[in-house]
Design a protein around this ligand. Structure first.
Ligand SMILES: Nc1nc2c(ncn2[C@@H]2O[C@H](COP(=O)(O)OP(=O)(O)OP(=O)(O)O)[C@@H](O)[C@H]2O)c(=O)[nH]1
Ligand SMILES: [Mg+2]
Length: 463
């Protein structure tokens, strides 16, 4: 480790290795036993993956490549890779103890500080592996949590990340005494007594409850905001996609949002919403939010519910794909998997094949495969106008024609129907005005009480 330090200090990290305190997942509860990547120097990391049963070898490769990028983003250097084929994971050590011994020898050979597994490890597996490997064993979840912790800046973002970290840490607490990341000095290799462990556990549980309460408040605030937006009858569009695909660049290009753009994974963790006028004149709310990866840990998705609500509630998703990526279809599948997990699979989706400047052939070819897809370059602006037109078209296509009966004493509702929708037909009878109107979802909800009975297109309990 001495050799590596401090050639590539990471910005904002403490200078002295002895004083390294993790900003990462376990920081608050004490650096020494934290078992996460130490950024006081560039840790050397061995990547270990298991291909289970009939898993597609290309998929496994793509997942390992992605893990290498994640580790690099977290601030460490992947130095070697091990891949093993198994029918099923080993209950005690995931890879099997023979393989674990092999990985230990390899780690010694490469002078690696930590082994990162591409699969989620149970707390017990993690502990057993560390005993065999004689160094920290982390899983993909820990690495992603670590990156999130580095990137979270808003209160909501930090709260969500800390909650995910603590939920991850709680069942692993026992291990805190025998982690090997600080093996050089032998510090932190002796664990706290059982009592200390109990104290820590109680503190963490208390903190988790506090964070959960805070998030309920944040979520309610957001819900109020989004209700207020809906009242304006502007539709809401969420930009989703694989991390680093160019989502923030796209929002900046379409509006003057000024969202941070970086060539790094998970640069954005918070949702940013801007109002934007489409070429047809209608205004929409456009939101940029956190990106996705393969095998995004469930607990992180859970913790980020508050941020992801905006995706679930959107009228349309603009799914940004990096056309120049090695495996755009794999990226798309990963994103669709997360959308399913959060319950947004039914929201209409429009593909924007981005980075057309970097790989015009791929972007055009990809756009040709999907209906209504557009090849764009968020960087140069190419194709953006087409994308805006397509967004307008898709939003209009998702309006519905409904029949309303509005009593004569409800002139306000009649005015609302005219203001928010396109009235196709108007007449009156003894019950009131009868209208056939083309409305978007939000307006349908607001006028639901006037829906003509038997009009199956109206969901009376909406919004
Ligand atoms: N060549 C090229 N690069 C682009 C384009 N759009 C974005 N990029 C680059 O891709 C990288 C990621 O861009 P972001 O806009 O931060 O991507 P993101 O999807 O918001 O990423 P996360 O927030 O980290 O998930 C940056 O280095 C951008 O400059 C594009 O159209 N062409
Ligand atoms: Mg971003």
């Amino acid at each position: 480790m001495g050799d590596d330090f401090p050639k590539e200090p990471v910005e904002g990290d403490p200078e002295a290795p002895g004083e390294a305190s993790h900003r990462g997942a376990f920081g608050e509860f004490g650096g020494a036993g934290s078992g996460l990547i130490d950024r006081a120097f560039r840790e050397r990391i061995v990547l270990a993956g298991v291909a289970l049963g009939r898993e597609d070898p290309d998929e496994v490769d793509a997942s390992m490549d992605e893990l290498a990028r994640l580790v690099d983003t977290a601030g460490a250097d992947p130095v070697a890779r091990v891949l093993q084929h198994r029918d099923a994971p080993d209950i005690a050590t995931y890879v099997g103890s023979g393989k674990a011994t092999e990985i230990r020898d390899l780690s010694e050979h490469h002078d690696a500080d930590t082994v990162v597994f591409d699969n989620e490890l149970t707390p017990a597996q993690q502990g057993n592996l560390e005993t065999i490997l004689k160094r920290s064993a982390l899983d993909r979840t820990a690495v992603i949590l670590d990156i999130f912790a580095q990137n979270a800046s808003s209160l909501a973002g930090r709260t969500q990340v800390e909650l995910a970290q603590l939920r991850y840490r709680l069942p692993r607490l026992r291990r805190s005494g025998r982690t090997f990341s600080q093996q050089a000095g032998g510090i932190g290799t002796r664990g706290p007594g059982e009592t200390q462990l109990e104290v820590d556990r109680r503190r963490i549980m208390r903190r988790i409850r506090k964070l959960e309460r805070d998030l309920v408040g944040v979520r309610q605030n957001r819900a109020t905001q989004s209700k207020r937006r809906r009242r304006t009858s502007n539709r809401s569009v969420a930009i989703v996609g694989y991390t680093n695909a160019g989502k923030s660049t796209l929002l900046n290009r379409m509006t003057d949002a000024g969202v941070l753009v970086e060539d790094r994974l998970f640069a954005t963790l918070d949702a940013t919403t801007r109002r934007l006028e489409l070429p047809g004149g209608e205004a929409v709310f456009m939101t940029d939010t956190v990106g996705f990866v393969r095998k995004l840990p469930h607990q992180l998705v859970e913790a980020f519910r508050t941020t992801l609500d905006v995706v679930v509630d959107a009228d349309l998703l603009v799914h940004v794909v990096d056309s120049s990526a090695p495996d755009p279809f794999g990226d798309i599948d990963a994103v669709r998997g997360v959308l399913r997990e959060i319950g947004a699979e039914e929201v209409p989706e429009l593909y924007a094949f981005n980075k057309a400047d970097a790989d015009p052939v791929a972007a055009t070819r990809l756009a040709a495969r999907e209906e209504d897809a557009v090849a764009v370059s968020a960087m140069t602006g190419e194709g953006i106008e087409d994308l805006l037109v397509a967004i307008g078209r898709r939003l209009r296509a998702s309006t519905r024609v409904v029949s309303l009966v509005v009593p004569f004493d409800r002139g306000d509702a009649l005015a609302m129907a005219h203001r928010e929708g396109e009235v196709l037909d108007e007449s009156s009878d003894e019950r009131g005005w009868r209208l056939r109107v083309r409305l978007d979802e939000g307006s349908v909800g607001r006028l639901a009480e006037f829906a003509e009975e038997g009009d199956g297109s109206i969901v009376l309990d909406s919004k």
